[in-house]
Ligand binder design. Structure first.
Ligand SMILES: Nc1ncnc2c1ncn2[C@@H]1O[C@H](COP(=O)(O)OP(=O)(O)OP(=O)(O)O)[C@@H](O)[C@H]1O
Ligand SMILES: [Mg+2]
Length: 416
């Protein structure tokens, strides 16, 4: 069966493509594999050299940074040329029964607009998608599964299609219609189309991986921000709440102390604001930039102890090696969280915090003798995960020791 011209019309549902390919100048007689007769310095269309040239162009495009759409368009164009079809198309299905991407070669833009919306995933395209096998048909219109052409669609007879597969997943389909010249599509055409389908599979898989990578980094960034906000601001908000409660109780009994509590609420909320700013701007904690690690931890210990009505002792080795801003931030944040956990959860009245150093390492330790907890059980909050994450990203180790009734100790070791 021969393909009918691009101006023929019929009615119906779905199948393929649009039309009107012009034979390229210097092309050998249609339907016969050309014997390498070069036209204007290029290998003759369909010759072994031409196949090699086009395939290698596609391989280079797949490996390059070009957009997936451009690469797929090049694949459709090369496939159409090599199998000597009037039309070719490549479709990537979406999950709503249509195509997320549908690239056509061989139909002028004008005519494409006449055909209207993208095809649906039924008719022969649906068969190709679901059967996951190549399809070579002399007259598509004679197939019982054919559902007709939409208005404006060129009439087609011979059809060659291949699924674009990644293992058993079908990522898309590529197909050609209307072989130029007699005899319809050959076994070799089928192999060539299969080759382009596998290149398209690589292009689509790497685009998916790239997309997934980006999604993962968005998720990671979101988790990082949640940790930053937790570490930087939520403890301060806890403290503010505790102080407001205290002021509530004191306001009638001891107005002077209530005023003092409210003053520290003002200080703490100023600090929370500064911390929030630092998180937003991606900076180190403001305390740390102002006074160095040991001094900041000392004043933090005093402030936190006062807020919770507990005694927090702090000892620092006289000489500590410089750790650099990023690792000092990690130590500071771990200390804050460990201290707050002890203050909020342990019920202990005394908490010890220390910063010591040997030639090889710096060690932060926060210990309480409170009610303890099952340290190997999964933690419900963000704090434990955040401490571990910070220890790891600073190249250190975090050890949490605790058992019910036996207090708790958090130890962070960083190589000096
Ligand atoms: N020093 C401690 N003494 C007793 N229990 C503790 C101590 N440290 C942690 N825990 C227990 O471990 C749990 C998990 O701690 P984690 O810091 O991950 O979460 P959180 O403090 O409850 O909430 P968040 O830190 O997200 O505000 C706590 O809820 C608490 O039950
Ligand atoms: Mg916590």
């Amino acid at each position: 069966m021969r393909c009918v011209g691009s101006d023929a019309r019929s009615r119906g549902g779905s199948a393929g493509l649009p039309a009107a390919g012009r034979p390229a100048a210097g092309r050998p007689a249609a339907g016969r594999p050309a014997a390498g007769r070069p036209a204007a310095g290029r290998p003759a269309a369909g010759s072994e050299d031409d196949v090699l040239r086009r395939v290698s162009q596609v391989v280079l495009a797949v490996a390059s940074q070009r957009s997936t759409r451009d690469v797929l368009q090049m694949i459709v164009r090369s496939a159409r040329s090599l199998v000597k079809a009037r039309y070719a198309a490549l479709g990537v299905p979406d999950d709503r029964g249509s195509f997320a991407e549908f690239l056509v070669d061989g139909i002028p833009e004008r005519q494409r607009a006449d055909i209207g919306p993208l095809p649906r995933q039924h008719g022969m395209l649906g068969v190709l998608l679901h059967e996951k096998k190549p399809m070579r048909i002399a007259d598509i219109r004679a197939d019982p599964r054919f559902e007709g052409w939409p208005p404006g669609h060129p009439d087609m007879s011979d059809f060659l299609g291949a699924p674009i597969r990644d293992g058993s997943d079908v990522l898309g389909i590529i197909f050609a219609a209307c072989k130029r010249g007699p005899g319809g599509f050959s076994e070799r055409d089928e192999q060539l189309l299969g080759l382009f389908a596998s290149h398209a599979a690589i292009a689509l898989t790497s685009a998916r991986l790239y997309q997934r990578g980006r999604e993962l980094s968005v998720l990671e960034e979101r988790a990082r921000l949640a940790r930053e906000l937790h570490d930087a601001v939520s403890q301060k908000l806890f403290s503010i709440r505790a102080r407001v409660r205290a002021a509530e109780v004191l306001v009638w009994r001891d107005p002077g102390r209530a005023v003092a509590e409210m003053e520290s609420v003002a200080v703490l909320s100023g600090q929370a604001h500064a911390e929030l700013r630092a998180v937003i701007d991606g900076l180190a904690p403001p305390d740390l930039t102002a006074g160095g690690l040991a001094a900041s931890l000392r004043s933090y210990a005093v402030l936190a102890g006062r807020t919770y009505g507990a005694e927090v002792t702090f000892h620092a080795a006289p000489r500590l090696p410089a750790l650099g801003a990023q690792r000092e931030t990690a130590v500071y944040r771990v200390a804050q969280e460990a201290l707050h956990n002890a203050l909020r959860h342990s019920g202990a009245t005394t908490i010890r915090m220390s910063l010591s150093a040997t030639r090889r390492k710096v060690v932060l330790q926060v210990t309480d003798r409170g009610r303890g907890f099952a340290a190997d059980a999964p933690a419900g909050g963000l704090g434990m995960a955040s401490m571990r994450e910070r220890a790891a990203s600073a190249g250190g180790t975090l050890t949490v020791r605790s058992a019910p009734g036996e207090g708790a100790s958090v130890r962070l070791e960083l190589p000096a």
